[in-house]
Design a protein around this ligand. Structure first.
Ligand SMILES: Nc1ncnc2c1ncn2[C@@H]1O[C@H](COP(=O)(O)OP(=O)(O)O)[C@@H](O)[C@H]1O
Ligand SMILES: [Mg+2]
Length: 218
């Protein structure tokens, strides 16, 4: 698939932008702070449902504007489609004009891989970032993974809520087992997916080091 067109309204520094893209390769260039990364960000929001630069959606709206919108037209082998994101106090997603109920409904439609200088942190920074990187990748390929992940996070929240109830409302502690069991089941599902995809990456990786002199310092 490829992205044919991007339309931005009041997104970041753009009032109205409409660009057509080439099927194979596009280079976006310009001076600093002209809005190159903003364009990449708009595609990321259309694919993943949120920005890679901020958690606060209102930062995406042009200063002194009420709402922003992004429209991305894409072409797959057999069909064309569009994803529209409207951002005001909340975010709304439309696929081919039809409003989607959840963010998870749009993930996987436009499959993307972002690679930017901050990605060095996937290696340098904490394991949570590595998990997040895997989660974003697998969710795009397997919608069921995202569903399990969300169920896990909800169960974790409920378990934490129950912990508070044990402390402050004298709820029975043995009921905690129900949550622990649920969490460990879901955790195992998540683990299996992550293991599978890590092995795929590992297999691909294996091809490269063979070409070099390897020095393993222990
Ligand atoms: N919400 C916003 N409203 C207006 N301008 C914004 C907003 N967010 C960022 N900008 C502007 O976008 C520009 C940075 O865009 P960016 O895509 O990061 O630049 P670069 O071309 O260097 O990648 C800056 O000029 C910044 O002031
Ligand atoms: Mg930039």
């Amino acid at each position: 698939m490829y992205i044919k067109k991007i339309k931005l309204k009041n997104f970041r520094n753009y009032d109205n932008l409409e660009i057509e893209l080439d099927k194979n390769f596009n280079i976006i260039y310009g001076n600093n702070a002209q809005g190159k990364t903003n364009i990449i960000e708009s595609v990321y929001v259309s694919a993943i449902g949120r920005s890679f630069r901020t958690k606060r959606d209102n930062e995406l709206i042009k200063l002194n504007s009420e709402n922003a919108s992004i429209e991305v037209d894409y072409k797959k082998e057999d069909r064309e489609g569009s994803i529209k994101t409207e951002i005001n106090d909340k975010k709304m997603f439309f696929i081919n004009g039809i409003k989607q109920k959840k963010i998870s409904d749009i993930i996987g439609n436009i499959k993307i891989v972002l690679f930017n200088p901050d990605d060095i942190n996937i290696i340098k920074s904490s394991p949570s970032l590595r998990r997040k990187f895997l989660d974003i990748m697998i969710s795009q390929l397997k919608p069921n993974y995202l569903h399990i992940l969300n169920t896990y996070l909800r169960a974790l929240e409920q378990r934490n809520f129950y912990l508070k109830q044990i402390k402050f409302e004298n709820k029975p502690i043995n009921m905690l087992d129900i949550w622990d069991e649920k969490l460990s089941e879901l955790n195992y599902e998540i683990f299996k997916y992550r293991e599978k995809y890590l092995n795929i990456i590992r297999r691909k990786n294996k091809r490269y080091p063979q070409k070099y002199n390897k020095l393993w310092i222990k």
